[in-house]
Design a protein around this ligand. Structure first.
Ligand SMILES: C=CC1=C(C)c2cc3[nH]c(cc4nc(cc5[nH]c(cc1n2)c(C)c5CCC(=O)O)C(CCC(=O)O)=C4C)c(C)c3C=C
Ligand SMILES: [Fe+2]
Ligand SMILES: [Fe+2]
Length: 336
């Protein structure tokens, strides 16, 4: 009996912490036309001429801080999630994991599904909120590759799962481990995105970023907006935890370059909260389904130190979904 193919895809990580591997990773990642969405010549000059040579040694050092006996946390948890999903779904399904950049590649995972003679493929980009630079890029590449097969099987894609009930419950449950009442404020710190990329999701051209609260509601015009979906995820987690509006802030981290990215920036929010005398912050990172460089280093180390220098005391990360069986149940529920 032929199986149904499931392809889980996360962002990707370098093969090792050697600068040469980080270079390869950043080069492939940042040369993606959906990630640095400027004309190819400018992108090539910027990425290959400036960002990759200067950033790789620094980024390699950061990866060395989070790499452990299991290697990259992002790859470790992604593999575990695929294994747990395979066990949960049983023999009727063939579950494969791929990374959009580096390894295991999408091409190699699709080859395994092809050799397994699967009768259909469902692709789940492991990004709760849709962004052209993340889910969009995964979907484009899978379509390009499968589109060349002699027989294109029935194929479907999960576009986003920002409001998945079980996922919301896992984030909330992970926060409860930290005695939420002992924190002065809660942050929902999402990976940032250039504003230009948000604007591209607004086909009317008259809604996105035209008012300061455009992302506070999710409607027909902004339903694919990464920021609006992120705000929605944050509202749902806050509701699950009975957090009043004034107790939390949605913000965006990891800005790269000088152009405006989605605001407010997490670093600015840290300054504001420290200025108000807040001492202890609990930080969610709900753009990711697994802990990675951005949570384990940027939030846990960098923001913690920054906040302390500003007079604060502690920044506590809420663990990501990682190996949560309830998150695996959430993935199983997305499968048709
Ligand atoms: C929500 C998913 C992600 C989006 C959207 C995204 C956009 C985006 N990212 C960069 C630049 C970098 N991101 C880096 C790391 C990184 N990014 C994501 C996810 C999204 N990125 C993850 C999960 C990670 C961590 C991977 C890991 O191995 O742990 C990095 C590398 C680290 C560094 O040098 O700072 C860069 C660079 C841009 C420009 C962008 C724009 C749309
Ligand atoms: Fe990123
Ligand atoms: Fe918006």
């Amino acid at each position: 009996m032929s199986k149904k193919g499931i392809l889980l895809v996360n962002l990707g990580t370098p093969d090792s912490t050697a600068t040469a591997d980080v270079k390869k990773y950043l080069d492939q990642f940042l040369m993606d036309e959906r990630v640095i969405d400027i004309p190819k010549l400018n992108r090539t000059l910027l990425v290959k001429g400036i960002i990759v040579p200067f950033r790789s040694p620094k980024t390699a050092k950061l990866y060395r801080e989070i790499w452990n006996e299991n290697g990259s946390p992002l790859l470790y948890y992604s593999k575990l999630q695929a294994k747990m999903l395979q066990e949960r779904l049983g023999d009727e399904y063939q579950v494969e994991l791929a990374m959009r950049y580096q390894n295991p590649s999408i091409a190699s995972a699709l080859d395994k599904l092809k050799s397994g003679l699967v009768e259909s493929i469902q692709v789940i980009p492991l990004f709760p909120q849709y962004a052209s630079a993340s889910s969009g890029s995964v979907i484009q590449l899978v379509m390009e590759l499968v589109g060349k097969w002699p027989t294109v099987p029935p194929i479907s894609f999960v576009n986003s799962f920002h409001d998945n009930e079980l996922m919301i419950k896992v984030f909330a449950e992970n926060a409860r481990k930290h005695q939420i009442d002992t924190y002065d404020h809660v942050l929902f710190s999402f990976h940032g995105l250039p504003e230009r990329q948000l604007l591209k999701c607004d086909h009317t051209g008259s809604y996105c970023l035209k008012s300061s609260d455009c992302c506070q509601t999710l409607n027909d015009t902004n339903k694919f907006c990464y920021s609006a979906q992120g705000h929605h995820t944050a509202r749902l987690i806050a509701a699950e935890l009975n957090l009043p509006k004034e107790k939390y802030t949605v913000c965006f981290q990891s800005r790269l370059g000088k152009e405006p990215w989605v605001q407010p920036y997490t670093t600015d929010v840290l300054k504001k909260l420290a200025g108000e005398g807040k001492k202890r912050l609990l930080v969610f990172s709900p753009a990711f389904v697994a802990d990675c460089l951005e949570t384990l280093y940027e939030i846990t180390v960098e923001y913690h130190e920054e906040f302390r220098e500003l007079g604060g005391e502690h920044v506590q990360l809420v663990e990501s979904l990682n190996d949560s069986p309830v998150f695996i149940e959430a993935l199983a529920g997305m499968i048709k």
